[in-house]
Design a protein around this ligand. Structure first.
Ligand code: PLP
Length: 352
């Protein structure tokens, strides 16, 4: 979802952006009209996340999935050795992609427990000569989240924050790289945010494609080629909306409230099962099942018809997943809980 005030602003600007007589969709990225848009988007994100000065903010393309390759292409040294924490589908994909480029090991995995918790990782799990450690902070599909930041010492920690960026404050200085596809919490699909510490630039492999070279992108202010202007404009509006409501502390308060309404309800009854271990519960993606595949399918269908969209779990795990990103109002969560109560009453489980 996108915040309604953001969509309204976009609508207002759609045909004639600030008297320019054109839409942001029609603008040249080199125009004097667009330059402040990307600059303001970056400035707003820097204020929101309190990004230190020794980090670059890049607006790239190719989604988070392109980062799965870009990270090893840019961060592996001659040793070509990196460690991955596997906590779900996306971190597994990141691991598999990196394996094409070096000696990549799994530092810790929660696959054994069907990813219903995040793994515990300690310094001993990480090879001392690893070039970096990769993790996925919020596991979108399994509905888990890291409740701690793994301790990696001097080894840069790289985090995929696609589904939790800007949902609460984070200490950026604990990470070497933070990246996120925009489409979960920031903007329509098409832009990928990369926050990278300066010393990690300039180490790309010789044969890395130009478009996958962080240094080149940073040197060109994310405009080595045509950037996704419209998505960057939408991201700017979302960042400014977040600032206007009180920043990441306030959105965290709202997100915690929404998530606790849903988890409290799940914990108070026995019709639905929440498979995720309590301490690993995601604030953004709440996963639950009825324990009966037919009832799950019926639930998703009827919920969709009642206006509760995209509630079906990922095709790989089934069940239900309520994605309650920043822009989801508390009323959306309340409507879901009311629907769940009603559905449970109308569809009693038969014994056996
Ligand atoms: C959605 C998602 C991805 C994939 O993002 P794309 O932009 O589609 O490549 C990767 N990681 C996480 C954590 C996600 O939620």
């Amino acid at each position: 979802m996108l915040p309604v005030p953001v969509l309204k602003q976009a609508q207002e600007d759609l045909l004639n952006y600030k008297g320019t007589g054109m839409s942001v969709m029609e603008m040249s990225h080199r125009s004097p009209e667009f330059e402040p848009i990307i600059a303001d988007a970056e400035a707003s994100l820097r204020r929101l996340m309190q990004i230190p000065d020794n980090y670059k903010v890049l607006f790239l393309q190719g989604g988070a999935s392109t980062q799965f390759a870009m990270i090893p292409l840019n961060l592996l040294s001659e040793r070509r050795c990196a460690d991955y924490i596997v906590s779900g589908q996306f971190s597994k994909k990141a691991y598999q992609e990196a394996k094409k480029y070096g000696d990549i090991a799994v530092a810790a995995s929660s696959a054994g427990g069907n990813f219903t918790a995040v793994p515990e990782v300690s310094r001993n799990d990480i090879r001392p000569d690893a070039d970096y450690v990769h993790m996925c902070f919020n596991n979108t599909i399994y509905g888990t989240k890291f409740y701690y930041i793994p301790e990696t010492g001097n080894i840069p920690l790289v985090a995929d924050m696609s589904s939790c960026i800007c949902s609460e404050p984070v200490d950026v200085s604990k990470f070497g790289v933070i990246y996120a596809g925009a489409q979960k919490n920031i903007a329509p699909a098409g832009v990928t945010i990369v926050i990278i510490r300066d010393d990690l630039l300039g180490h790309a492999r010789e044969d890395a494609p130009a478009m996958l070279n962080y240094q080149l992108m940073a040197d060109n202010g994310s405009m080595y080629n045509t950037p996704p202007c419209w998505c960057i404009y939408m991201a700017k509006l979302v960042f400014e909306w977040l600032e206007s409501i009180g920043g990441l502390e306030e959105i965290k308060r709202r997100n915690e409230h929404k998530a606790s309404l849903l988890y409290d309800y799940l914990d108070s009854q026995s019709y639905y099962i929440a498979p995720v271990e309590k301490k690993s519960r995601s604030m953004m993606n709440v996963v639950f099942v009825t324990g009966n595949a037919e009832l799950d399918a019926k639930f998703a269908k009827e919920a969709g018809a009642a206006g509760l969209k995209n509630i079906k779990g990922h095709r790989s795990v089934g069940g239900m997943r309520a994605s309650i990103y920043n822009a989801m109002p508390v009323e959306g969560v309340e409507a879901l809980i009311a629907f769940m109560k009603n559905f449970a009453e109308e569809n009693p489980k038969t014994e056996g």
